[in-house]
Design a protein around this ligand. Structure first.
Ligand code: CTP
Length: 408
């Protein structure tokens, strides 16, 4: 998974994983592993059909506990477990049914209780997520469509299947979705929703300032820190919009993305949406200057005998302009990329840009700054609180920064 999906620290939370009969059942093993990577405890139920594709032993071997394989299972001591159908509802924070076959979808939609998983789903009082996988003709059948609609009406969190080639060789909608689409939905279901109802804008990545038909002025920002800020806010319930310079990152479908290339485009995009936002976090490494364009054609080296001088125009400071136009209640987080004087620069930029919070990172130290999964930041807020954090995963830095903003 890409770095900005690798959130962890959900210790003490439990997810119950329901697996039903689909060729995608083997992918539930990877789902189990990814949930464990987030420090979640996972229990599981395999329907009878699921056990034609994968075994309960596989899930047990990977650490799921307990694993139910039938309505009248024995527990670890060889005793019949009379309340196995109720235990997930008592103990777990979310139920994830992945993959959900057409039959399992129908069972859940109609509230049947004729196998262990359907009973557990009926008795589950917290978020229930369903991820179908099946042949495209089965997915498009009117009965499946109706069941899907019923599940939505019943309050299930429904993740649409993907389109493309499926195991039987046909093409169409019905593929099991990407892990990166599923895991964040589960993490959101078990996260505190302390940013629910908030509209959050995040800028990220570099900008690219064109000079001629093939050359541009830019920097090595990968956009990962901003993507972590965006994802952390989304997991905590926010409605998130990202204004993204050119990056190779893929974003979760829950996040709105406005792609831009230049600082001027980023400025326009941010100001278009800013009046409606509650919070902004600017992580983008915006080029402060743009080369005065040479023209639409490729510059030929023969045109310059002795070196080359390029002139630059000044780009607007996007964050500063947002800070100047902020209305009552709007909150701003800035970043500062420095090679020295982090504390002094953080103070100067916090004041100059009218921010609530600034995170200053050294870009010349190992394990901090551009292109690495960790960051070491000095944090300063407008009430004068200062903290020097140790090197942390960017996901963790992001989580803590939202925590900190909520305190200011
Ligand atoms: N920023 C911005 N628009 C710019 C420059 C910076 O929105 N044209 C934002 C960055 O996203 C970051 C903060 O301002 O949140 C600080 O950026 P940084 O590059 O550290 O500082 P600068 O303001 O460019 O100042 P300097 O070049 O003097 O370090």
């Amino acid at each position: 998974m890409q770095e900005h999906y690798c959130f962890s620290g959900f210790m003490g939370k439990r997810v119950h994983l329901g697996v039903s009969g689909s060729i995608a059942a083997f992918k539930a093993l990877e789902i189990l592993r990814l949930l464990q990577t987030a420090d979640l405890n996972v229990s599981a139920t395999l329907t009878r059909s699921a056990q034609k594709f994968v075994t309960g032993l596989s899930f047990e071997a990977l650490g799921a506990s307990p694993v139910y394989t039938g309505m009248f299972d024995k527990d670890g001591d060889g005793q019949e477990s009379p309340f196995g159908h109720l235990d997930p509802g008592d103990l777990c924070d979310a139920l994830l049914v992945a993959p959900a076959s057409a039959t399992t979808m129908a069972r859940l939609a109609y509230g049947l209780g004729d196998d262990m998983l359907s009973c557990q789903a009926l008795a589950f009082p917290r978020p229930r997520i369903v991820v179908p996988a099946m042949n495209p003709r089965m997915w498009n059948a009117p009965a499946t469509k109706r069941n899907w609609q019923m599940l939505k009406e019943l309050g299930y969190i429904c993740i649409e299947p993907d389109s493309g080639g499926v195991a039987c060789g046909e093409e169409g909608k019905g593929r099991f979705p990407e892990y990166e689409e599923i895991i964040p939905v589960v993490l959101r279901a078990v996260s505190p929703q302390d940013l629910a109802g908030k509209k959050v804008l995040v800028t990220l990545g570099p900008t690219r300032e064109r000079w001629d038909a093939v050359r541009f002025w830019s920097n090595p920002s990968s956009g990962v820190m901003g993507a972590c800020m965006a994802m952390a806010a989304w997991l905590r319930g926010a409605d998130v919009t990202v204004v993204a310079g050119p990056t190779s990152l893929k974003f979760h479908s829950g996040i709105k993305v406005m792609p831009v290339q230049t600082a001027l485009e980023m400025y326009e995009a941010c100001h278009d949406v800013w009046p409606d936002m509650d919070m902004v976090c600017c992580t983008a490494a915006v080029a402060d200057y743009r080369p005065i364009p040479h023209g639409d054609k490729k510059f030929k080296k023969a045109a310059s005998q002795e070196g080359l001088t390029v002139g630059f125009d000044t780009n607007p400071d996007i964050l500063k302009s947002l800070g100047e136009s902020r209305r009552e209640g709007q909150r701003l987080i800035g970043f500062a990329a420095e090679t020295s004087d982090c504390r002094k620069e953080a103070q100067r930029k916090l004041e100059k840009k009218n921010l609530d919070l600034i995170a200053c990172n050294r870009i010349d130290k190992d394990g901090s700054g551009f292109g690495v999964p960790t960051n070491q930041v000095f944090v300063l807020d407008r009430e004068g609180r200062k903290e020097q954090w140790p090197p942390l995963r960017k996901t963790e830095v992001a989580w803590r920064l939202w925590d900190h903003l909520l305190l200011v």
